[in-house]
Write a protein that binds this ligand. Structure first.
Ligand code: GCW
Length: 664
């Protein structure tokens, strides 16, 4: 099987490749020299294919690249300017020049031949990171990649590091082209074998770090909080114990001997069975700061996840609310975390649902570096079998106004708001050994979009999609772009319409998290309930009569969500328990909304399948076949969702569909 080039096919380099390129850069060594080597390699490959050339020296015509450490442009930034004869990219460091080069590729012919005044383009945040949930050993339940839907891990193969790691380099190149600069290579659920990446298998990590470094990417490791006891033979992993702190210091120093630009540790502690500081009566600040102290001398970061909740809840207990947990655990610790700790917070208080409220914790720790965690892998969003263009959803999150005013959620996590330190934007990767990298070829757009939004959270998802289409299908018949836009823009709304309604979430098959199972989690310990009975459905999270979660928001949201009259329809069941006859702002009853959206959603999936047929012969046959196969599955699954959901609501409410469509 030939590997698909994703958004960097040779033809995407045609405009660059036809130019005379001049490169003006000082002699460099270390990582900058490697990055410069990548830049030169890209230009040579493009110009040798398309007839251009590369020389060192001053500007002539075509493209002029300047690396000037004294240019004062800021880390990773670049300046772009053009006249009708020459386009100039300048940067103060090699990474900035690399990103500038890929910007030229993205713009294609439009980068040349016109008068464009100089503008500086800089990333919104210094950490734009992907986390891989990759295991070394194939896990008996989760497999090689936890929540992975694109084949095996790029670097591990059932117990070993792969012999052929050439694909890792091509992956790092893709990441560089969208500005991703940090990569965590292993699962946050750190099992025993994987915990040894920190010690006896450190060489593997160093090998991978060497491969991604020329692309400006720094390598991180997910570590087990219990490592001092499990790997170091200490009697405890208490973060305040001097021997434990010394163990982390020594172990970390060894990591930096092997990997001088090592990025740091990612930690899932006291979460879903992973060990953590609670076992020693310590706080999460104690835990994070212990690791931070070991990393600080080398400039490393701790990404400490806030996904802490009781996953052994008794479903009979109506007082505990999982949505409250992260905020309740972490806000009392604001101001106590070391400066090289990022508290990594999922975008929603539950778990990467199609629709949930935005986590109030993201704007509740002004003295802490808070990072936003997104999920590119489509665990709850169709598992790379359904078309689901995630940037539409992420845009909502990034553009949300925690105080109702001008300050966005993106401003807060990138340190641009008065209340917020830079924490960065992080996501779980959707990539594996699959021929198309992402299982569903159209899911490549999600990875592309993540990088672009992490670089500039104000970008418009539709514009990002156009970039991706232009790069991935260069020179294609315009019908291809039209069809992809029709299928992908609004695809989140389509998926939402045939799955769990109005922010209630879950209703998926337990464990696999795919396909409908309305009561799948209803009597489980996981804290994700919908509370449907014959009269109504929804979770009362109000201060007046429910869990009080609405009180975790700043105004105006604390009151907007509290009020049944003001709560937006799409989050109604996230915040309120209401009767099936409740009338939405749309004017429909809740029950009729469920019927209508589910029938319409499944029909929309069917339309996507029909639309796709139009591009047969206009896109690569392998892409056409793979997308077709996925669309068949999407239609089948959407029909199943429609029938199970509408029938469930009909049986529970006894209220028929006013359109008389089939219910069972
Ligand atoms: O979304 C849930 C997943 C788990 C995952 C966990 C987490 C890595 O179902 O598979 O574990 O979240 O984010 O830690």
């Amino acid at each position: 099987m030939t590997e698909h080039p994703a958004w960097l096919p040779t033809a995407a380099f045609a405009a660059l490749g036809r130019r005379h390129v001049t490169l003006d850069a000082p002699d460099l060594d270390g990582t900058p020299a490697l990055v410069l080597g990548s830049i030169v390699g890209e230009i040579e490959a493009a110009t040798s294919t398309y007839g251009g050339s590369l020389t060192r020296g001053a500007a002539t015509t075509g493209l002029h690249l300047v690396l000037d450490p004294d240019a004062g442009l800021g880390a990773e930034a670049f300046m772009l300017a053009s006249t009708p004869t020459v386009t100039t990219v300048s940067a103060s460091d090699a990474s900035g020049l690399l990103y500038g080069l890929f910007e030229v590729v993205r713009r294609g012919e439009a980068a040349f031949g016109r008068d464009v005044p100089a503008s500086t383009i800089a990333p919104a945040t210094s950490v734009r990171m992907l986390d891989h949930w990759d295991n070394i050993d194939v896990h008996p339940v989760m497999g090689q990649v936890e929540r992975g839907y694109a084949g095996g891990a790029l670097w591990f193969d059932d117990g070993t590091l792969r012999d052929d790691l050439s694909r890792v380099s091509r992956y790092a190149r893709l990441l560089a082209s969208i500005g991703i600069n940090h990569l965590c290579i292993n699962n946050v659920n750190v099992h025993h074998t994987e915990s040894t990446l920190l010690t006896t298998r450190l060489e593997w990590v160093a090998t991978l770090a060497d491969i991604v470094r020329p692309w400006g990417v720094r390598t991180h490791l997910a570590v087990n909080f219990n490592a001092p006891a499990a790997l170091g033979d200490l009697p405890t992993s208490d973060p305040c114990d001097p021997a434990v702190r010394a163990w982390w210091a020594t172990t970390t120093a060894r990591v930096y001997e092997a990997i001088p630009d090592f990025g740091g540790y990612v930690v899932k502690a006291d979460s879903e069975g992973q060990p953590g500081p609670f076992a020693y009566g310590r706080t999460h600040a104690d835990g994070a700061n212990c690791l931070a102290a070991a990393l600080a001398p080398f400039g490393g970061l701790v990404h400490w996840r806030a996904f802490v909740y009781n996953h052994r809840q008794d479903w009979r207990d109506r007082r505990t609310d999982r949505a409250r947990a992260a905020y309740d655990h972490f806000t009392p610790l604001d101001g106590q975390f070391a400066d090289n700790v990022v508290v990594q917070v999922k975008f929603g208080p539950l778990d990467f649902q199609v629709r949930e409220a935005i986590s109030p914790l993201l704007s509740a720790m002004p003295h802490t570096h808070v990072g936003l965690e997104l999920q590119v892998t489509q665990e709850y969003t169709g598992q790379q079998r359904h078309v689901y263009y995630l940037p539409e959803q992420w845009h909502e999150v990034l553009d949300w106004r925690p105080w109702g005013g001008a300050v966005t959620q993106a401003d807060v996590v990138t340190g641009r708001a008065p209340d917020g330190l830079d924490g960065g934007i992080i996501a779980v990767s959707n990539v594996g050994t699959d021929q198309f990298w992402t299982g569903h070829p159209l899911a490549q757009a999600n990875l592309y979009g993540f990088g672009r939004l992490a670089w500039d959270p104000t970008l418009d998802p539709a514009a990002i999609l156009d970039e991706w289409i232009g790069l991935t299908f260069p020179g294609a018949d315009p019908l291809v772009g039209q069809t992809l836009r029709a299928m992908m823009l609004g695809s989140r709304a389509v998926y939402e319409s045939y799955t769990a309604p109005l922010g209630i979430g879950f209703m998926v098959n337990p464990g696999v998290h795919y396909g409908p199972s309305v009561d799948g989690y209803e009597y489980s310990p996981w804290g994700t309930y919908h509370f449907a009975d014959r009269d109504g459905i929804g979770v009362d999270r109000t201060r007046a009569s429910g869990s009080g979660y609405t009180g975790q928001y700043h105004q105006p949201w604390a009151d907007v969500y509290e009020s049944l009259a003001d709560c937006p329809d799409d989050l109604l069941l996230f915040f309120h328990h209401v009767p099936y006859t409740h009338v939405l702002h749309s004017g429909k009853t809740l029950i009729q909304h469920v019927y209508d959206t589910h029938f319409e959603g499944a029909a929309a999936a069917e339309r996507m399948r029909t639309d796709w047929q139009r591009v047969k012969g206009l896109v690569d046959d392998a892409v056409f076949a793979r997308v077709s196969e996925r669309l068949d599955e999407q239609v089948r699954c959407a029909d199943e969702w429609r029938d199970q959901l509408t029938t469930y609501f009909w049986r529970h409410s006894g209220i028929p569909d006013d359109q008389g469509r089939p219910l069972y």
